[in-house]
Design a protein around this ligand. Structure first.
Ligand SMILES: [Zn+2]
Length: 508
């Protein structure tokens, strides 16, 4: 169905989670993704800098709201109370809210942090984190998803157990998402189409060093097998993009963007061990057996142990630590922060800051390059929900990890093929006049997309990356925060969402 657009132009926001130039240049990617390559060649391109932390939840939320985490309220996949974040965490309007109030229609597919699906002018299929049921608005679209065996996500943690079957499942997930996406584009009228494909992120976490040249692990039989196995998934993504592009009416602007880039993971710093040593956290019931099992969870033989055993070992070694027993703790992986039990305790803040900056890499450098208070990093009414201290590591190949399942704070990952997020993502804009070279930040995407649609939302943090027509129509949209005290999830849904985050390695 291609009725004329209500707004100035149609815009496709083509999100690709974790996409970076180093990934696209890797031979296995370049050889298997000709459609993506030619889209880049036909576009104005450049780096898109992620949020801090460079992480899926906050970054996609900034991309789709035009504001930083201090204003939208998403700093990770879980909130300050450790509960899963959801669309209801986001307290500012998103792209499709603005489009709706201007009388336009949106199709939104698989954008992270859009569950539970809420009524919009158009169609919304929730992205992760989401349980597998109840992911569409309007609900009747669900039967279409079912008949196409649509999959929200597949568990791909950096546990290293992932093999050929996971690669095949990733290919299948991507193929089905692509079919669904093209069907929606053809069967529904739309002004804005926003979709996120997750493949580069799901490949990058367990296999980065085997897929992208630059590490010794690239040159091995095992790496060759991984690259061969990944081809199907890469082709599936390229074809999904191609099929979607084929549905686009003439004159559609395409804004391709990623939420963060990727790079090799060389080490994790388990700062909770340091806090325990300093008497600021209890180490939990760490018998020799629990510790050995937890440690084994990170080793190669343990990769073949059942997941339930890993979970049991993790809970035993990491706690449970009652909140009153700890005065400071590290946030989940990728959030790169430390929380204080009492945010007003200045002495505690200084002590923890010193413990962080005293940490050393094996070659004697400062493992944490800088420690920033949340108020100095974020602005906005949600700032106080961030971690008290945000840590910039020595470089982006080092992560800050929570939990006690290590014997030393510095844990090398050099022997493992894992990757991790980097702050340099990509943006590529085509179908509109733009200078060849672009550079932007995550919150710039929303004003760019709105501007191309002929709309302008006042007061966003970002700015358009392309020159816009002079007479934009001002547009406003209400906040959609839920009524006070109304939980986003039932207990069962929350458990399902947490299990999904755990299986992806985003919570421990
Ligand atoms: Zn991501």
């Amino acid at each position: 169905m291609s009725s004329p657009p209500t707004l100035a132009k149609r815009v496709l926001m083509l999100g690709i989670d974790g996409l970076s130039t180093s990934f696209m240049r890797a031979p296995v990617v370049a050889d298997n993704m000709p459609i993506l390559s030619s889209l880049f060649e036909a576009s104005a391109t450049g780096p898109l800098w992620s949020t801090f932390p460079p992480y899926t939840g906050p970054a996609w939320t900034s991309i789709t709201t035009g504001v930083g985490p201090g204003r939208h309220g998403v700093f990770g996949f879980t909130d300050h109370a450790g509960r899963p974040c959801s669309d209801t965490t986001v307290s500012v309007p998103r792209l499709w809210d603005y489009v709706g109030s201007a009388g336009g229609r949106s199709i939104v597919v698989n954008v992270p942090m859009t569950h539970p699906p809420r009524p919009i002018d158009g169609v919304l299929v929730s992205g992760m984190p989401a349980p597998s049921a109840e992911i569409t608005f309007p609900p009747r679209v669900a039967s279409e998803l079912q008949s196409r065996e649509y999959i929200v996500d597949i568990a791909v943690a950096e546990g290293g157990r992932e093999g050929a079957s996971t690669l095949d499942s990733l290919a299948e997930m991507t193929r089905r998402r692509g079919e669904m996406a093209a069907w929606l584009a053809r069967s529904q009228p739309w002004d804005l189409y926003a979709i996120v494909f997750v493949l580069p992120d799901r490949l990058g976490h367990p296999w980065w060093k085997q897929l992208v040249p630059g590490d010794g692990l690239y040159e091995s039989r095992r790496a060759e097998r991984v690259r061969r196995g990944a081809q199907g998934a890469l082709v599936a993504l390229d074809e999904a993009i191609g099929a979607l592009l084929e549905t686009l009416p003439q004159d559609t602007a395409i804004v391709l963007c990623s939420d963060h880039g990727f790079g090799p993971l060389h080490a994790d710093v388990f700062f909770d061990l340091v806090l325990a040593e300093a008497g600021l956290a209890t180490a939990g019931p760490q018998t020799g057996l629990h510790r050995a099992l937890a440690r084994a969870g990170r080793s190669r033989p343990a990769q073949f142990a059942p997941r339930a055993l890993h979970r049991w070992a993790r809970t035993k070694a990491a706690g449970p630590i009652e909140p009153q027993e700890r005065r400071a703790w590290t946030t989940p992986p990728y959030e790169s922060g430390v929380r204080l039990a009492d945010s007003s305790d200045e002495e505690l803040r200084q002590r923890v800051t010193k413990l962080l900056t005293d940490l050393r890499t094996p070659d004697g450098r400062q493992a944490v390059k800088s420690v920033t208070r949340r108020g100095d990093l974020y602005g906005g009414s949600r700032t106080d929900e961030a971690a008290d201290l945000l840590c910039e590591m020595v470089d982006e190949t080092v992560g800050l990890h929570n939990g006690m399942h290590a014997t030393t704070p510095w844990v090398s990952r050099d022997h493992l093929p894992w990757g991790t997020h980097a702050s340099e993502g990509v943006v590529a804009i085509s179908g509109v006049p733009a200078s060849r070279r672009l550079e932007g930040m995550a919150p710039d995407i929303a004003p760019t997309v709105l501007g191309l649609l002929g709309l302008e939302a006042k007061g966003l943090d970002g700015r358009s990356l392309v020159a816009l027509e002079p007479d934009l129509t001002p547009v406003a949209a209400g906040s959609h925060a839920p009524p006070e005290g109304e939980p986003a999830y039932t207990a069962d849904q929350e458990a399902a969402v947490m299990e999904q985050l755990r299986s992806l390695g985003y919570v421990d």
